[in-house]
Design a protein around this ligand. Structure first.
Ligand SMILES: [Zn+2]
Length: 227
């Protein structure tokens, strides 16, 4: 559970003294009809936090979207305040290795270092202890999986690749999100300008289909209602 989620739980628990506030999580600005979500999808943004993160978080908040941020440990260590900003904006913070190597080419000890240092960097920054892990390039094997499991991490790849890392247009990124069905996860990134530009249209596209942006369950690796 993220710090933000924990804070929400507290708000709900203590809501009996402030019933008017209890129903509306501070950062979600829950759209009308949020209770009518016919399904949930997992929006994910890899490789942050960076100089682009603040704008991305602003766009997500303004459009009532929550997402999972697969951070590089080295970026979390360099920008701890941005990790806290991710949490404050209602995002879920996850592990994307420390230096973004091809993990399947590394020794078990090197893989362990990549994963454990990232857990530490994110926790040190105030991002809590991640429960989700995405290997760089989606490249994994039995050794990578076993090391991740040792840290209590569930490996999450993706169902749809937006190709935003490969120069996809804003239109193409929106169309990628439009292909998602209940429970599925889409790969996007923290840094592309076209991804940032796509956020308002992603929100409208999901809303038009009755889908909501959910959290990724550490149990199933699929998108579910935020808890
Ligand atoms: Zn990456």
């Amino acid at each position: 559970m993220t710090a933000a989620a924990a804070a929400l739980t507290v708000t709900t628990v203590t809501g009996s003294t402030a019933p008017a506030r209890a129903a509306v999580p501070a950062q979600a600005s829950a759209p009308v009809g949020a209770a009518a979500c016919s399904g949930y999808v997992g929006l994910t943004f890899d490789d942050g936090p960076s100089g682009n993160t603040t704008k991305l978080l602003d766009a997500l908040r303004q459009n009532g979207l929550r997402a999972t941020m697969f951070n590089q440990g080295q970026n979390a260590a360099a920008n701890p305040s941005l990790v806290r900003a991710q949490v404050a904006a209602g995002m879920w913070v996850a592990n994307h290795s420390y230096t973004h190597p091809h993990l399947t080419r590394l020794s078990q000890a090197q893989i362990d270092s990549e994963i454990s240092r990232t857990q530490q960097a994110i926790a040190n920054a105030g991002g809590g202890t991640p429960k989700l892990f995405r290997p760089p390039y989606g490249e994994s094997d039995a050794t990578v999986k076993s090391v991740a499991a040792r840290y209590g991490l569930t490996e999450v790849i993706w169902h749809v690749d937006s190709q935003d890392w490969n120069g996809a247009s804003t239109d193409a990124i929106v169309q990628s999100v439009a292909r998602l069905t209940d429970g599925q996860v889409v790969l996007m990134h923290d840094w592309p300008a076209n991804t940032l530009a796509a956020v308002p249209r992603i929100a409208r596209t999901l809303a038009s289909r009755g889908l909501c942006a959910g959290m990724i369950s550490p149990r199933s690796g699929r998108a579910v209602a935020p808890s």
